[in-house]
Design a protein around this ligand. Structure first.
Ligand code: RIB
Ligand code: CA
Length: 320
């Protein structure tokens, strides 16, 4: 079990994502909380193709005044697979509201090389947060093994200690690139997994929508449009009228570890199962007798989570 001191200096982090509605809110929380220092954003295909999610990252950064380097990453999984989640996120991968044209340029570096550059340049070890398939993170670990000592932790939204969402047993991010997830789980680095068990508690309830409506700012109105779309598709596909805002949970726990309750356990990736490929096998009761390798977040402090999320949204206009 890794013990985490509440750090007084802002935690340096890089966010690798596939915006995506919940990724967009994760970007906002990562950029607008004083406990964190967002060094850069990298993109990976998942909710949409790489061009779509990269354009979305730049448009959300423009909307939310997030001025950090943004680099495009892998368009396919390590084995070359690719599928969009347009049934949830729509054709643009971020449907539901008009987003500004991007003002920030795209980095000329590939995502993996931007991660390496930012890690090298930072005097302190850097936290990697992944809210999409783990392809870029796995490639970084393989291409820059000498930089592993500069990584303090990898926090990823993905997997589940129970059922899946892309297949009955596999969650979308892990299912998209199980080999990449396997590289991360075997890396030996401090890991925290925010799977569906905890993220399905981060619901956008009518009360949360009411608090967003009360903000009545151009940004909050755009976010409401995005989340209303997300709520509609989640209800249609998963019969969940209050959609789960998965990705910001991985950011919130960095701000305050007490936002989640987690269990240190052995987590392995099923690579070969006909019906279970991409499942995260979370051995909560250590039945396999394997070494624990990952903090698995299982419970969410709903009120604390939403305080952090709504505070960050409220801060955006003040930074403009
Ligand atoms: O299964 C949920 C995850 O898949 C979230 O990260 C969502 O953005 C999609 O990428
Ligand atoms: Ca995502």
């Amino acid at each position: 079990m890794w013990l985490y001191a509440k750090s007084m200096t802002p935690i340096p982090l890089i966010l690798d994502c596939d915006p995506g509605h919940d990724d967009a809110l994760a970007m906002i929380l990562a950029a607008h909380n004083p406990a964190l220092k967002l060094l850069g954003i990298t993109t990976v295909s998942g909710n949409g193709g790489i061009a779509k999610v990269t354009l979305n990252a730049r448009r959300v950064a423009t909307l939310a005044n997030i001025n950090v380097p943004i680099a495009e990453g892998s368009g396919k999984s390590i084995l070359g697979a690719f599928e969009e989640a347009s049934d949830i996120h729509g054709e643009s991968a971020l449907d539901g509201a008009e987003l500004p044209q991007p003002v920030m340029e795209l980095s000329s570096l590939h995502a993996v090389d931007l991660i390496a550059k930012l890690v090298r340049e930072n005097s302190e070890p850097v936290t990697l947060v992944a809210t999409g398939p783990l392809t870029n993170i796995a490639l970084f670990l393989k291409m820059y093994p000498n930089l592993k000592t500069n990584i303090s932790e990898i926090v990823f939204m993905g997997g589940s200690a129970s059922r899946g969402n892309r297949t009955p047993y596999a969650e979308f991010n892990i299912w998209m690139d199980p080999e990449a997830a396997d590289v991360v789980l075997r890396s030996g680095l401090p890991l925290t997994m925010c799977g569906l068990d905890v993220t399905h508690q981060a619901l956008v309830t009518p009360e949360i929508f009411a608090r967003l409506e009360k903000m009545a700012t151009p940004v909050s109105k755009t976010i409401i449009g995005l989340l209303k779309f997300f709520a509609k598709t989640y209800d249609e596909v998963f019969e969940m009228p209050d959609p789960p805002l998965h990705d910001p949970v991985a950011i919130a726990l960095l701000i305050d570890r007490s936002v989640v309750k987690s269990r240190f356990a052995n987590v392995q990736i099923e690579l070969n199962g006909n019906l279970t490929r991409g499942a995260t096998v979370v051995d909560i009761y250590n039945r396999l007798g394997e070494k624990a390798n990952c903090n698995v977040a299982l419970e969410l402090d709903f009120d604390q989570f939403w305080e952090l999320m709504l505070q960050a949204i409220g801060k955006i206009d003040a930074t403009k």
